[in-house]
Write a protein that binds this ligand. Sequence first.
Ligand code: DGJ
Length: 531
Amino acid sequence: MSLPRVEVRNGQKVLLVDDKPYILLSGELHNSSSSTLSYMEPIWDKLKAANLNSLLFPVTWQQTEPVEGEFHFELVDGLIEQAKAHDMKFGILWFGAWKNANCSYAPNWVKKDTDRFLRAEGEKGKKVSYFTMFGHKVPYTTLSAFCDATREADARAFAALCRHLKEYDTDHTVILIQVENETGMLGSSRDHSDVADASFNSKVPGKLIEGLLARKEELVEDVRAALDQCQDGTWPEVFGAAADEMFMAYHTASYIEAVAAAGKAEYPIPMYANCWLVQGKQPGEYPSGGPVYRAMEVYQTVAPSLDWLAPDIYIPQFVDTCKKYTKQGNPLFIPEVAMHGGAPGRLIYAVGHHHALCFAPFGIDDLGQQADTFLGQAVGMDVTDKALSEKMDPATYARVNELIGGLTPVLGELYGTKDLDALIREDPDRRTMEFGDVAISAVFEGPMIQQGGGALLAARVAPDTFYLLGLGCMPGFASLDPKRPYFEYLTIEEGAFIDGVWTVSRLLNGDEEHVRFGAPTLLKVQIHLFD
Ligand code: DGJ
């Protein structure tokens, strides 16, 4: 079998695992869950039962290289064996120098040697700043993106991990790697250390200007306007008010590229970077320099070893965020999303409308419990989001995973085409989708309401045949062909793919022809347009 890889099909990046299209029906574990095999043991059973096909969890620099030059892979090997025993895959989150803009996962020998491994300075000369959390004064410190020693040590450890995976993981249980986690700098819009200051007052590299101009159409307005004014000068001269963030993004992306490239040279499986979204008005209120929407083109220019950029979505603006993260050919991959009642519908929508590669509620080990917002607000969760008050129903989520899992070979063929689309209740501006001569609409209101959000996915597999995956809605068909203006159903089969075979549980007709989706249900419908 070939390595897990990304291929462009129908103009869209798809993920291939064992040479077949793969959608990560996944969840991200809490940060500390994968630190021991014993803690992980029951988690696999629980999430396998929820029909997840994969998990995302950290493998940390701290545990991989506790003493400089001494690498330990027993934990990752054990995790691979556990995953195989459960017939699941996983993606590694490489918690290297940064995790949530912080350096808490760097090994102790890195943390202790602040002369060799420089800290960022939010204010000149200050390696630590403070923020308040539930009344406590909490110190914030992070490694500097401008330190060659840190970058080289991080890249060396990551390359060692990738080399080991190549030797040990011959069944390809690890299918992809996230390089670092939610990078950027908090508390200040840029690093003010001497090395950073010198770089800030030097010329913006020509390759960045060229890369941004090549992607000019989709640049955010203020960055595009700045480039229209000046394309040759120092960071403040070229980028004006956006200089600090663009500067941090360039250097953070360059650092991540060095780490990712070192890993890919050993073992070229898909790699990506994730981001803490823009929340708050100023960079520094959210991590400055991470792959936020404003900085995607910087990352695309500077970090070609990354196969995509991924949003961690803890804000109510889910639909808008998904759209933003599909610009410039970036495939939608959601490694973290708030786990609440709306998540099952969001999974259906992300796969159907954006042909997503991954959907992973965060803290999935807590499946069945209320989302934990205790620490959430300190790490970017919008705790005012009303949707958080509704718990994600495990049975609903498990069923959606099961149905999408079975349908994946069909979906994989349709990714990148106009024959696959979806609607979601939380986007009230879109209630109809068009498939050439057929329109499919959905009503989500009133008696349809199930969990926090309904959704409807439609996949056209023949001129007269669709699969419909619905939750909490009523679908309606209409002809768009003036020569055949009338519509009727021929057959409506309710069922699922079981071991790859479409298996009918009921043939719907009579009263049931007025299809209404409550719990997640998959239908195969044959339609007839006539005059
Ligand atoms: C985003 C981070 O990437 C995760 O590691 C975790 O801290 C969550 N936030 C918690 O909400």
